[in-house]
Write a protein that binds this ligand. Structure first.
Ligand code: ADP
Length: 449
């Protein structure tokens, strides 16, 4: 059994992993940049190591500093969380080469799934439907035009190594295709160090539906149902819920089982998420995430499964704690991502939190590393809290969400709490009728009115 875990992350997810560890009797090592010396994840951990200056590149992305920190503290394993090095195959391999357990899939699986072209190829082989598009990389020129004519406009040009919703170009008119490919390539090069891009059909009204899976090293794989993450701004999730208001139990179980089966075929280990676009009854795979996701708590709220503890069990060589038959979907859960941003302009709002009060009560969960007096540093992601609530059904969940948002006090910085309050009262949201473009249209309307 793993006894000590180095958590290669910061903020709420570092705290979340720490909590899972301590409930299992596992010791924790926090790492932090000089900007995070007073952070909550550092205060709670059993030990902490400073790994560098504020910039992520020199600290949370510094592989050698992380390996050194694991070595000097005698950790057995490394949990990467999400973001940073969580989907970096080179880091996973380095962790293993130095004799530590990497809490995640094999470096090979991280590599394949981190490359959207390879991931789509792997899915086609396992019989999972993908968004129609080019079968490999595209370049400006006649070949790309031929492919896009076949796929049918509009198309979307995407980076093979992409993430965080960056670098996508929508093309409605063939005369702009070459230029869009060129722009996507240079953005991909700058953001991901890999300028490979591909095209796929741009879907006009899909929902983003993703399936959570867990697979152990004994050949067992299960799914924990879906999350609906259609409410997005700039291709980034803002609000997530489970179950999806759009799926039936039969659809859920059929798609979930296909994903679990794909894990068995691939010999996948760990937690993972298969992301799909869902339109008019059809699912199309877009990518797989090989790590714990920001929105994992909504699944935990309706299944009672602790996904991070399962990750640790799997990494320890144990069997999954539950079989598929033992997974029940109970009630409805919604998560709001609370970003330190202006609720209308979305301008980042780092700074000192003067007053902090988290909501509580029955079936309310707050994952955050904030506290009164904490200074949100300007160097990292703007998400500072997640509010997750559960209800017996979706309407009860929405009522509880409104009540919890009302109680949430984060003074001194701007947050998008007012946006979530407005969303929770919108007719379409109450009816569960929204697609991946709904939020952008709603925000456009608000700015223009
Ligand atoms: P990333 O890895 O950058 O998050 P994804 O491939 O997961 O990129 O896509 C992120 C979001 O971008 C999706 O949830 C969806 O909103 C939008 N998107 C991606 N592919 C398409 C597509 N083919 N058609 C329409 N929207 C898409």
């Amino acid at each position: 059994m793993i006894k000590k875990i180095l958590i290669a992350n910061r903020g709420e997810i570092a705290l979340r992993i720490h909590r899972a560890c301590h409930e299992m009797g596992v010791k924790t090592v926090a790492v932090h940049s000089t900007a995070d010396a007073d952070a909550m994840h550092v205060r709670f951990a059993d030990e902490s190591v400073c790994i560098g200056p504020p910039s992520s590149r020199d600290s949370y992305l510094n592989m050698h500093a992380l390996i050194s920190a694991a070595t000097i503290t005698g950790a057995d394993a490394v949990h990467p969380g999400y973001g940073f090095l969580s989907e970096n195959a080179e880091f996973a391999a380095m962790v293993e080469e130095h004799g530590f357990i990497f809490i995640g899939p094999t470096p090979e699986h991280i590599h394949v799934m981190g490359d959207k072209i390879l991931a789509k190829e792997a899915m086609i082989k396992t019989g999972i439907p993908v968004v129609p598009g080019s079968s490999g990389a595209v370049f400006p020129g006649p070949e790309a035009h031929k492919i896009c004519e076949e796929v049918g406009y509009p198309v979307i040009v995407k980076a093979s190594g992409g993430g965080g919703g960056k670098g996508m170009q929508i093309v409605r008119d063939p005369s702009t295709l070459d230029q869009a490919i060129q722009i996507a390539k240079s953005e991909a090069k700058v953001n991901f160090g890999n300028d490979e891009v591909f095209v796929e059909k741009f879907l006009e009204t899909p929902r983003h539906i993703e399936i959570q899976v867990l697979a152990d090293t004994h050949g067992h794989a299960i799914h924990l149902g879906e999350r609906d993450c259609s409410l997005q701004r700039r291709h980034q999730k803002v609000w997530e819920e489970a179950p999806s208001p759009a799926l039936s139990q039969d659809q859920r179980m059929a798609l979930g089982e296909r994903c679990a089966e794909a894990c068995r075929t691939l010999g996948y280990r760990g937690a993972g998420t298969f992301e799909f676009l869902y339109e008019r009854g059809d699912f199309f795979f877009i990518e797989m995430n090989t790590r714990v996701q920001v929105e994992h708590p909504v699944t935990e709220m309706i299944t009672g499964v602790d996904i991070v503890q399962e990750q640790i069990r799997i990494a320890s060589g144990k069997k999954l704690s539950k079989t598929q038959d033992q997974i029940n979907f109970d009630g409805h859960a919604i998560e709001c991502r609370i970003n330190a941003e202006h609720p209308e302009t979305f301008a980042p709002s780092p700074g000192k939190v003067i007053d902090y009060h988290a909501p509580g009560g029955l079936r309310v969960r707050v994952d955050s590393a904030l506290y009164s007096g904490y200074k949100v540093p300007p160097h990292y992601d703007s998400m500072v809290a997640k509010l997750i609530v559960r209800g017996e059904d979706r309407q009860e969940c929405l009522r509880r969400l409104r009540r919890a948002l009302e109680e949430f006090v984060i003074d001194g910085i701007n947050t998008i709490i007012p946006l979530h309050q407005a969303l929770s009262l919108e007719e379409d949201i109450i009816a569960g009728e929204y697609d991946i473009h709904w939020l952008e249209k709603y925000l456009d309307k608000k700015t223009n009115s």
